[in-house]
Design a protein around this ligand. Structure first.
Ligand code: ACO
Length: 311
């Protein structure tokens, strides 16, 4: 890759041109996108597990239908994202094998357990809320297929966030026991939600380069701050308290200050030592192995059809 090639590529990025699959691109740009889109796809797929856990136990038919639709949407997002990554020359099979062997990363948040129905509310409100904050800027990312996939994904995430908030509202306005359940879920999901945005800027190894390439439009800390600022008033509306004694409005800066995140916990979860990392990977591995016969049958059918057509 000559300096002229790299400069011409950067000039396209600086001019806000979209990069498309067949365009020439630096190997490192391709690699970064495969890494990020692949991890993002895995997050959607693994993200189906904590909530799937509650489909059979949703308290009403209406709640069950909404949760079922939401979990299905996440499966769809995963497929969109695997397709976007495939345009960069990696196969879905390769990506899945990395996931089921435990080598691939996916969002730390999905390694925590869903203990009560209120967790489904907290996940929709906080986890999908954080996902939207991170993903809306990705609609303007420099790689065309990723940016376009994000538009529909964000619309659906927005519905997910609202269904979660509405569950929380119902519980928060319910009996004392229901309100307590909502508060307990908020206590457990708040800090892991802040961790979703990634390490602090000083420890984010990819941020500078990804920002130059306009894959990232905001830093991890900038998005985390936006999320805190948007979420605090929503918690107040619910009448619930956020589990952070350091949380306070900073008049001079026009934002909320918040307490120190437990980065040791974050890195432990990212490195595979969270409460459910092993169970999550095992569940995906089982699904991949149980589905082998479907892939084989589809392939055999396709071959038979192709042979028939070529006669
Ligand atoms: N969980 C797991 N790993 C993480 C997390 C997290 N919350 N945050 C950062 N990491 C990893 C990175 O993947 C990177 O590891 P790698 O070098 O092995 O790939 C490492 O920690 C260092 O982090 P950064 O340098 O800050 O990485 P990056 O620039 O990729 O920023 C971010 C991380 C913000 C998550 C980015 O990749 C991104 O925006 N991804 C797309 C959105 C996404 O994946 N969302 C998933 C959750 S939302 C949902 O699915 C509902």
């Amino acid at each position: 890759e000559t300096p002229e090639f790299l400069a011409a590529f950067q000039a396209r990025i600086d001019a806000d041109e979209k990069i498309e699959p067949n365009d020439p691109m630096p190997a490192a740009y391709r690699k970064t996108l495969i890494r990020q889109i692949g991890q993002h796809a895995h997050s959607e797929i693994v993200g189906m597990l904590p909530e799937g856990n509650w489909i059979t136990r949703a308290p009403t038919l209406r709640r069950k239908a909404a949760l079922l639709a939401k979990v299905q949407d996440e499966g769809g997002h995963g497929l969109y994202l695997y397709s976007a990554a495939e345009t960069l020359g990696v196969s879905r099979k390769q990506m899945t094998e990395e996931l089921v062997s435990g080598r691939a990363k996916y969002s730390s948040i999905f390694n925590y357990p869903t203990q009560t129905w209120a967790d489904i509310g907290a996940i929709g409100w906080l986890v999908d809320g954080a996902a939207i904050m991170n993903q809306v800027p990705l609609c303007r990312c420099s790689y065309g297929p990723y940016a376009r996939a994000m538009i529909r994904v964000c619309k659906e995430e927005s519905f997910h966030q609202r269904q979660g908030y509405e569950i929380m509202l119902k519980l928060a306005e319910g009996s004392p026991a229901q309100k307590e359940m909502a508060q307990d879920a908020l206590n457990r999901w708040w800090w892991p939600s802040l961790m979703m945005f990634g390490p602090p800027d000083g420890a984010s190894e990819h941020s500078d380069q990804s920002t130059r390439w306009k894959i990232k439009r905001f830093t991890n800390d900038e998005l985390r701050q936006k999320f805190v600022d948007a979420t605090v008033p929503q918690a107040q509306r619910l009448g619930l308290s956020l589990p952070d004694p350091a949380l306070a409005w900073n008049e001079a800066e026009g934002r909320y200050d918040y307490g120190e995140i437990d980065w040791d916990e974050f890195w432990a979860v990212v490195k595979g030592h969270g409460p459910l990392n092993k169970a999550r990977v095992a569940a995906r591995k089982k699904a991949w192995e149980d589905g082998a016969w479907v892939r084989e049958a589809a392939l055999a059918h396709a071959k038979k059809r192709a042979a028939r057509q070529s006669v």
